[in-house]
Design a protein around this ligand. Structure first.
Ligand code: PEP
Length: 253
C-alpha cells in the first residue's frame, strides 16, 4: 500500500519571514495527518532551508531542496552538495524539475548524476518527468517520459531506485492553470508504472510513488488522487498559500 505524498515546491518565492510562517502554518495545520496517512514535504529556496527545517522540526513535515549538485565538495562555485543538504535537515530533493530542464538547460545525463548523488548521499530524490505541449500534440508523451525516466535512472540498481519518487509533470500544465484531466494524468502514470515494472520488476513498480504535478489546486486534488496510479501531488503555486496547501493535503490523506 503506497502512502500518499504531497510536496510543495515553493520555487523562487517567499522570504525569511514569510517562508518560516508558511512552514509553521503547514506543520500545525497538517498535524493530524502528516506522517500518518500522508507524507508531507515543503521545498523552499536553498537560503531558507535551514530556518524552514527548524520551523517544522517538531512536526512530521519533511523538508526538501529544489536541486543539488552531484559532486561531494570542491571548486564548484554556487553549487550545493548532497551532504550539505543532509547536514541542515533535508530529506528530499527535486531532480530534473521542468524549469531546470527547460529554463536552466539541464540534460538527462546531468539529472541522472544528481539522482545518483542524492541517493548515495542519503537523500530521497523526486525525479520529475513530463512533456512539452508540442510533444503532447505530436503524440510523443510516452516517448519523452520514457526517455527521461530511463536516462534519469540509468545505471542505478533496483535498491537505489527504491529510494526515489517519480513526479509526472506535463510542462504545459505547470503554472498555467491548465491541469491535465484525471484521465490524461492516470494514462501517463499507468504508463510510467508499467515501464518501471519492465525495468525493475513487480515489487519496485508496486511500491514506488508517482506524483502528479501541474496546476494542482484544492478544487482538483481529490479527483486526481482518486486515480489508482496517482499516489500524490507535487504542488507549485498553491503550496504558497497555507490554506490551499492544507486543503490539498487533506484531500490526499
Ligand atoms: C511545480 O512547480 O512543480 C508545479 C507543478 O507548479 P504549479 O502547481 O504552479 O503548476
Amino acid at each position: 500500500m503506497r502512502k500518499a505524498f504531497v510536496a510543495g515546491n515553493w520555487k523562487m518565492n517567499t522570504d525569511s519571514h514569510t517562508g518560516v510562517a508558511l512552514a509553521k502554518a503547514v506543520a500545525s495545520g497538517s498535524s493530524q495527518v502528516a506522517g500518518h496517512s500522508v507524507t508531507v514535504a515543503v521545498c523552499p529556496p536553498f537560503v531558507y532551508l535551514q530556518s524552514v527545517a527548524a520551523a517544522v522540526s517538531a512536526s512530521h513535515v519533511a523538508v526538501g531542496a529544489q536541486d543539488l549538485y552531484f559532486e561531494p565538495k570542491g571548486a564548484f562555485t554556487g553549487e550545493i552538495s548532497p551532504s550539505m543538504l543532509k547536514d541542515i535537515g533535508c530529506t528530499y530533493v527535486l531532480c530534473g524539475h521542468s524549469e531546470r530542464r527547460h529554463v536552466i538547460g539541464e540534460t538527462d545525463e546531468l539529472i541522472c548524476k544528481k539522482v545518483s548523488a542524492a541517493i548515495s548521499g542519503g537523500l530521497l530524490p523526486i525525479l520529475c518527468v513530463g512533456e512539452l505541449l508540442e510533444e503532447r500534440d505530436a503524440s510523443q508523451t510516452e516517448a519523452v517520459v520514457s526517455r527521461q525516466l530511463k536516462n534519469g535512472l540509468a545505471g542505478l540498481s533496483v535498491e537505489k531506485v527504491s529510494a526515489a519518487t517519480i513526479a509526472y509533470e506535463p510542462v504545459w500544465a505547470i503554472g498555467t492553470g491548465r491541469t491535465a484531466t484525471r484521465q490524461q494524468a492516470q494514462e501517463v502514470h499507468d504508463f510510467v508504472r508499467k515501464l518501471l515494472q519492465q525495468m525493475y520488476g513487480d515489487e519496485l513498480a508496486e511500491e514506488i510513488r508517482i506524483l502528479y504535478g501541474g496546476s494542482v489546486k484544492p478544487g482538483n486534488s481529490a479527483e486526481l488522487m482518486a486515480e489508482p496510479d496517482i499516489d500524490g501531488l507535487l504542488v507549485g503555486g498553491a503550496s504558497l498559500k497555507a490554506d490551499d496547501f492544507l486543503a490539498i493535503i487533506d484531500s490526499a490523506a
